[in-house]
Design a protein around this ligand. Structure first.
Ligand code: UDP
Ligand code: MG
Length: 337
């Protein structure tokens, strides 16, 4: 980490000691949970014996979450509160936290006590062991059955499209190294799914089992519609699969149609013209055009996909450090588009 980089990240941070670990917590109407959360989180970060900061991101709460958080900040210099102008969603709130935190290791945590703060040292130990990203894995997830089943399917799909297999992409109890955070922030995505995005930039990824509790108080902020929205974001944000499927469907229909036409012709040669022959020929012609339409849509999709990849401006590669030559110490990570 270059000294200049560190200083620029810290300007604006209240802490006079450079935090080594940042805990980022998105908060949306969690007034009923916050005191219990802080009373469990505070001893955990104190016991780490390393400089820590807790970044609470108030995602436009309409209850008195913000007042409670400001109370924490007034009473403890390690606490900072990022107040967002309205509700932007959990992942955007986490990104706001990432942009405003200074630690070399960044841990994310839900505010509803579903992720026990007592698990944080395990995650940090796994990062210290050399991993870039460490995900919590809720082996015994305490949520509704439909969410558990949907999440199993979602994890399969996400693992395939991100290319990093994980049991639990949805668990927000996770830890990241600084260079991953910097890259994710640099992507500046409008519809990011943070764990998946981070994994695309990590070399060593680990998953460790963590406890999962029922929500301490209040209701989940996600309904079926917002979960579907998140899944669609994930699929379209990480793959060209839906468009490729269109082109492939077109090609498939063409191939079936060719076989169908050959059968029709053979039939005509063997049995001569039939009364209903014209109808079947019409079918063959129809399928030809349906295939053409699918293929055309798919091809247009491919071009739009390419434009999408360009405007998205995700880095193609990340130089983590340059060793040897004149550089006395590894230089700061740099990303390239
Ligand atoms: N959250 C947020 N903004 C939102 C929705 C949720 O900051 O628009 C926070 C919420 O306060 C909690 C975390 O994201 O700390 C997870 O939300 P929730 O518990 O509702 O999700 P679930 O556990 O049901 O997936
Ligand atoms: Mg929850």
């Amino acid at each position: 980490m270059s000294v200049a980089g560190k200083i620029s990240r810290l300007s604006g941070a209240a802490a006079n000691l450079a935090p080594e670990i940042s805990i980022v917590i998105p908060v949306y109407n969690e007034a009923a949970n916050l005191r219990a959360l802080w009373s469990r989180l505070e001893p955990v970060i104190s016991a780490l014996g390393r400089a820590c900061e807790a970044i609470f991101v108030d995602d436009g709460s309409v209850d008195n979450s913000l007042e409670i958080l400001r109370g924490f900040a007034a009473g403890d210099p390690r606490v900072r509160v990022i107040e967002l102008a309205r509700n932007f969603g959990q992942h955007s709130a986490i990104l706001a936290g990432f942009r405003n935190c200074a630690g070399d290791i960044v841990v994310t945590l839900d505010a509803d006590l579903q992720n026990p703060p007592e698990e944080i040292p395990k995650l940090i130990a796994a990062i210290d062991a050399g991993n870039d990203v460490v995900g919590g894995w809720r082996e015994e997830r305490q949520d509704r059955t439909y969410r558990r089943l949907a999440s199993r399917l979602q994890n399969r799909v996400t693992s395939a499209i991100v290319g990093v297999p994980m049991h639990d992409y949805g668990c927000m109890l996770r830890a990241y190294r600084r260079h991953i955070i910097d890259t994710v922030v640099e992507c500046d995505e409008k519809a990011a799914f943070v764990p998946a995005l981070a994994n695309t930039f990590a070399k060593r990824v680990a998953e460790i089992p963590v406890e999962h509790a029922e929500r301490a108080a209040g209701e989940s902020k996600y309904n079926l519609f917002s979960l579907a929205h998140l899944s669609l974001n994930l699929i379209t944000g990480f793959s060209m699969l839906p468009m490729r499927a269109l082109s492939l469907t077109g090609i498939g229909i063409f191939m079936l149609d060719a076989i169908f036409a050959i059968v029709l012709m053979a039939h005509r040669f063997i049995y001569g013209p039939q009364q209903e022959g014209a109808l079947w020929t019409l079918f063959a012609v129809l399928f030809f055009f349906i295939g053409l339409i699918f293929l055309a849509l798919g091809l247009i999709g491919e071009y739009i996909g390419r434009i999408y990849i360009e405007v998205r401006r995700r880095p193609n590669y990340i130089v983590r450090a340059i060793h040897g030559g004149d550089s006395a110490e590894p230089s700061a990570p740099r990303t390239h588009g």
